[in-house]
Design a protein around this ligand. Structure first.
Ligand code: F6R
Length: 608
């Protein structure tokens, strides 16, 4: 959600910024722009549309000479996506330029104050207010001025700033929106995320909340909001730049689906030791594990769906009650957290604004928070009391696949560990589960190799208007994710229902030819789901079933069946989701949709 790239050094800034912004395209955006300082003036070029438009306008950056610059991809919040609202924004004199990721909540108040003092605004954005405020409070000392503005703005921001009277410097600052800085032999960089700078450096600094950075061509200085210089240590990024490239796949999403077996192995293997599950990051003794009375799982989107699955798995195996909340609800519903409760927040990006706020809410109430996070060093990873990383590597496609799969594995590990320690399962059952977990990667490979069959089936549904996903228990959780995958990338309307709930209203939507995907992986519920399939089929639905190899009886109620290999029913989501991801993917490809960057969506939702 909005991407920032800044550069100061010995090379032309514009091509470096364009290149960095391209690496952040996955975040989602609707316009792009750059401000380049040529030593005399700050020039801005910006345009609505894809980065390609900005590249064409500037001939790949060649028409904007200068070794200092800031660039931005905007995901509109205040004001329509158009050329004027695109970033960067100037102050009236064009001596200050700003790019911004985040939302200034008191911007109307600030705008009124500035308007009363004679300032005029050309855009509808909250960002232009920041540029004008920097102008209003400008003392000649950028760090001091930035700090003054920080004291007056409410909301979230990551900013890149150029001051014309400081021709050898660029400034960066953040509060609640992600920002990193890095240094190479050719210069220093600002970015919203690591992939933008990986080509140039692996040594990055994660800018913390309310920290300000002064970047020069050959060094950087960090300050707190009291304008005191602070020391920071760099972090070395271990994954290589290729991990963030397509490697011959048509889309990142397809590549990432194919990375799921590896992701699962990497999430599992460091925690499977000597026939046991060892989750060092939990920092919990046997007594601590036994003392947990309840889990609260809090997340958004697909991460929430992983949490819904976890409810069934943890309650089923470890017999500990689990409440699952959407983070946007949890943070405002004054949740009841009682002694013995443990909060788990789940996030791929580690930057989702609502999830971060939920984490803070839980901590404020004195409850321990475990983060299940993919991005190392992200805000949630830093603020959670403990972090269990899902080793999925960088996920670029907006629609998550491999990170979701890794989240499921993290939950399975927790569930079997707690189940064993609390003596809810026997040693034999425990060992059986560990074997089943280790079989998942090969089983997923088999399912991925079957993609041709799913592609053919998907091609029959390119014109579908509505699709329903139904299932019971864990199959309902799988349906939630299958439905989201389809709708978010193919723009086909789809809904997930607990199968037993259909006849309480939704069944009236079923008509001749409506596609209903029935997920049936839970042997105890086979018959119940078959009954629901028969009900929709009798009303004209075409029924696609996703079920286990042993459930041949389903063929009497389904029009088309996709079989998944046999596993422990608690782990079935990891297999059943694969054909559903492929189905969503191939419908989107068939319709010519922008699979990796669906309209209106952002990879990292850093605003509320
Ligand atoms: C859907 C998807 C989103 C995210 C959600 C939370 O494919 O990717 O629903 O799951 O925005 O994001 P994270 O996990 O980064 O907190």
């Amino acid at each position: 959600m909005c991407g920032i790239v800044g550069y100061i050094g010995t090379r032309q800034a514009a091509p470096i910024i364009l290149d960095g912004l391209a690496k952040l395209e996955y975040r989602g955006y609707d316009s792009a722009g750059m401000a380049i300082y040529d030593g005399e003036e700050i020039h801005i070029t910006k345009s609505v549309g894809r980065l390609k438009v900005l590249e064409e306008l500037t001939h790949g950056g060649a028409t904007m000479p200068g070794m200092i610059g800031i660039g931005h991809t905007r995901w509109a919040t205040h004001g329509a996506p158009n050329d004027i609202n695109a970033h960067p924004h100037y102050n009236s004199e064009h001596t200050i330029a700003v790019v911004h990721n985040g939302i200034i909540e008191n911007y109307l108040q600030l705008k009124k104050k500035l308007t009363d003092r004679g300032y005029e605004f050309v855009s509808e954005t909250d960002t232009e207010i920041l540029a004008q405020m920097l102008d209003y409070y400008y003392t000649g000392n950028p760090i001091e001025t930035i700090a003054k503005v920080m004291h007056r703005v409410e909301g979230s921001y990551a900013l890149g700033i150029i001051f014309a009277d400081h021709p050898d410097e660029v400034f960066a600052v953040r509060k609640d929106s992600p920002l990193i800085v890095g240094q190479s032999v050719d210069g220093c960089f600002i970015a919203s995320d690591v992939p933008a700078v990986l080509k140039y450096t692996r040594q990055v600094y994660f800018v913390e909340n309310e920290e300000i950075v002064r970047l020069r061509a050959d060094h950087m200085h960090f300050y707190n909001v009291d304008v005191e210089e602070i020391a920071k240590a760099p972090v070395t990024i271990e994954w290589d730049a290729n991990a963030a490239e397509k490697a011959g796949y048509e889309h990142f999403m397809l590549k990432e689906m194919y990375e799921q077996p590896k992701t699962i192995r990497e999430t599992l293997s460091p925690r499977l030791r000597d026939r046991d599950v060892v989750i060092d990051e939990l920092q919990m003794s046997v007594e601590d594990i036994r003392a947990v009375r309840k889990f609260h799982i809090v997340a958004c989107g697909s991460a929430y769906h992983a949490g819904v699955t976890a409810k069934y798995v943890i309650e089923g195996l470890a017999r500990i009650p689990v409440e699952v909340d959407l983070a946007s609800e949890f943070r405002y519903r004054d949740p009841i957290l009682e002694e013995g409760a443990m909060v788990i927040v789940v996030s791929q990006s580690g930057e989702t604004a609502d999830t971060l706020a939920a984490l803070r809410e839980a901590k404020k109430r004195g409850f321990p928070v475990l983060g299940i996070v993919n991005v190392v060093g992200s805000s949630i990873a830093r603020e959670a009391d403990r972090v269990m990383y899902t080793w999925a590597g960088p996920e670029i496609a907006v629609a998550t696949t491999k990170a979701y799969s890794a989240q499921l594995i993290a939950f399975y590990l927790l569930a079997v560990k707690f189940a064993k320690v609390r003596e809810q399962i026997t040693e034999k059952e425990f060992q059986g589960m560990l074997e089943e977990l280790q079989r998942l990667p090969n089983q997923i490979e088999l399912l991925l190799n079957n993609k041709g069959k799913i592609q053919k089936f998907a091609n029959r549904y390119l014109a579908a208007k509505d699709v329903f996903f139904i299932g019971r228990g864990i199959d309902y959780a799988i349906s939630l994710e299958g439905s989201l995958k389809l709708k978010e990338i193919s723009y086909v309307h789809s809904e997930a229902y607990a199968a037993g709930e259909l006849k309480h209203g939704t069944i009236s939507l079923i008509e001749e030819g409506t596609l209903v995907a029935a997920v049936s992986t839970q042997p105890d519920l086979y018959q119940k789901t078959i009954s629901n399939m028969v009900e929709v089929k009798a009303r004209g639905a075409f029924v696609l079933a996703v079920t286990n190899e042993d459930n041949r009886e389903i063929e009497r109620a389904a029009d088309y069946v996709i079989y998944i290999p046999q596993t422990n029913p608690f782990f079935a989501n990891s297999l059943a989701i694969i054909p559903l991801q492929l189905f969503g993917y191939y419908v989107a490809v068939g319709k010519g949709c922008d699979v990796d960057k669906p309209r209106n969506l952002a990879k990292s939702v850093t605003v509320e």
